[in-house]
Design a protein around this ligand. Structure first.
Ligand SMILES: NC(=O)C1=CN([C@@H]2O[C@H](COP(=O)(O)OP(=O)(O)OC[C@H]3O[C@@H](n4cnc5c(N)ncnc54)[C@H](O)[C@@H]3O)[C@@H](O)[C@H]2O)[C@@H](O)CC1
Ligand SMILES: [K+]
Length: 499
């Protein structure tokens, strides 16, 4: 999985490696890499391309000036909007180089009325310390109104590279189509506002020796993070080989959620799936008669994996049933109303903490806010830290949903998921994810790999459907289910080890 580094770590790598390099080498490499990336984005002969370069007051501006000089020497029509600022010698040399090149230095008002083919955003990088306001904000608004590609250097200006939030309050950020980020990839480019502002992310390592990189605790989710849990099915197997998933939910009037979770579990390979209704039990699911419908009262949750919460409601009876599911020695997924019950009843939280088998919690930001007794805003201001705190507090693997879903282990490991899209912003997709988690656990996947795999497959299924025109508008949660089955089968066919 691709490592992600915090700003503090990037600064350390930068300092350590710079000691062994000639002064300014990293900025020159960043400028060269930026120019190369820019050339790749130009639609036609370099000499016909109008490139606007914004060079801010810090070293991010220095990178942009280096790039401007390279592009101008390559023949592009380069206009630089330049801001006086930092006195770093490498930046001063970049200013000289850009002045000595054919690039034109222009005023901000020269942006309007020109058909730009590419904009390079070198206003601010990881040194942004406060919200972008005033004339800089007007510039960001002008950029965001353009229709040409925007290449952000290091970080889209205005975005917090650690959290993915627009630096606020009342700040703004460049909406880039591409980001070339330096030294190492950064978590903020992949979660919260990051995905909307960074566009396609590429990393320029600037030829820094691998020895300068610390062991990463944050990664971008990828198949190599969980594929080792996939097992090819032996011929000599039967439904008992693939586990049981019991979905605990379905308070009166809330039968849809457990049905979706159960259908997902079935299509993701669980050997048997029970729907356990807290309210009046359905006789069967006529659309999916393979699902076995039961009353939750008296059900033995210790027979398999439980997915507790879809449509469970908040009654005392629901809390009692959840307590029984938590007491099971088998893996457990808690979602939706199950999470709300844990938030509302401290006794349940204590029991959850005491579990020995794998426990996965799949909150959306509001459920996470309830669990941490805070607001959605506080959760979203630092999604990584929120997920990490929740995992530590409840001794569970936490899947904090939302764009760039964050998966956190109690030991502190964090993974951000890159698959998925706004098609998933519709009712029932969370139930499907919970059912998928349950199915992977039932087939013997360890908790961490099950969480990573489920989130990745769920997002990938949505990406494939959108590529086929089924979404992002109007995708239904039920449509995800067969697409997940296809994605999982492809994964098992490609990576499944022999049982
Ligand atoms: N130092 C190095 O060795 C390297 C740095 N690199 C580049 O340098 C960047 C970091 O450079 P800096 O630390 O100079 O930081 P930035 O260039 O991100 O910005 C810092 C400057 O902006 C000002 N500033 C911050 N927030 C502001 C706001 N809201 N409104 C107006 N001004 C504001 C600061 O006073 C400072 O002058 C990286 O993102 C990367 O692009 C690369 O060249 C690679 C090597
Ligand atoms: K930038």
């Amino acid at each position: 999985m691709q490592p992600l580094y915090t700003v503090t770590q990037i600064r350390q790598i930068e300092t350590e490696s710079a000691r062994r390099l000639s002064e300014g080498a990293l900025m020159q490499r960043a400028g060269q890499a930026s120019a190369n990336a820019a050339l790749d984005l130009l639609p036609f002969a370099t000499s016909r391309a109008s490139v606007l370069v914004l060079a801010g007051p810090g070293n991010n501006g220095g990178d942009a000036l280096e790039a401007a000089a390279h592009l101008a020497h390559a023949g592009a029509q380069v206009a630089v909007v330049y801001f006086e600022g930092g006195s770093a010698p490498e930046r001063a040399r970049a200013v000289e180089r850009a002045h000595a090149s054919p690039a034109r230095f222009v005023a901000e008002d020269a942006i309007a009325g020109v058909e730009w083919h590419l904009v390079i955003d070198g206003l601010f990088g990881i040194g942004l310390t406060r919200p972008i306001t005033g004339p800089f904000a007007a510039l960001v608004a002008a950029l965001n109104a353009l229709t040409c590609p925007i290449l952000a250097l290091d970080v889209p200006s205005g975005l917090d590279a650690d959290t993915g939030c627009i630096v606020g309050p009342a700040g703004c950020a460049v909406r880039a189509t591409h980001t070339l980020t330096f030294i190492g990839d950064k978590p903020g480019l992949h979660t919260c506002d990051g995905r909307d502002h960074a566009g396609t992310v590429n990393v320029a390592h600037l030829d820094i020796d691998a020895a300068h990189y610390p062991a990463a605790t944050i990664h971008l989710n990828g198949v190599d993070g969980f594929a080792q849990a996939a097992v090819a099915r032996p011929q000599n197997s039967h439904k008992g080989s693939y586990g049981i998933v019991s979905v605990l939910g379905g308070a009166p009037g809330m039968t849809g959620a457990p049905i979706l979770a159960g259908r997902a579990a079935l299509h993701a390979g669980a050997g048997r799936v029970f729907l356990c209704f807290a309210g009046p039990a359905l006789q069967c699911d006529p659309g999916q008669p393979e699902l076995m419908c039961r009353a939750a009262h008296g059900f033995d949750f210790a027979t398999g994996v439980t997915v507790a919460g879809p449509g469970l409601g908040g009654s005392d009876e629901a809390a009692h049933l959840l307590e029984q599911a938590i007491a099971s020695p088998q893996p457990l997924v808690v979602d939706a109303d199950g999470l709300n019950l844990v938030a509302a009843r401290s006794g349940l939280a204590a029991r959850l903490r005491g579990r020995k088998a794998a426990t996965l919690l799949t909150p959306h930001p509001l459920e996470a806010a309830r669990l941490l007794a805070t607001s959605i805003g506080a959760i979203q201001r630092d999604r990584l830290d929120s997920a990490r705190r929740l995992a530590a507090a409840l001794h569970a693997i936490v899947v904090l949903k939302g764009t760039g879903t964050v998966i956190a282990a109690p030991g502190g490991a964090i993974v951000i998921n890159p698959t998925g899209n706004p098609a998933l912003a519709t009712a029932g997709t969370g139930d499907v994810l919970a059912g998928l988690c349950g199915a992977l656990l039932a087939q013997g996947w360890p908790g961490w790999e099950a969480a990573l795999g489920a989130v990745w497959l769920h997002g990938m299924a949505a990406d494939v459907l959108v590529a086929d025109g089924i979404g992002p508008v109007g995708l239904t949660a039920g449509e995800l289910v067969p697409a997940i089955r296809t994605a999982l089968n492809r994964l098992v066919a490609r990576h499944g080890r022999r049982a």
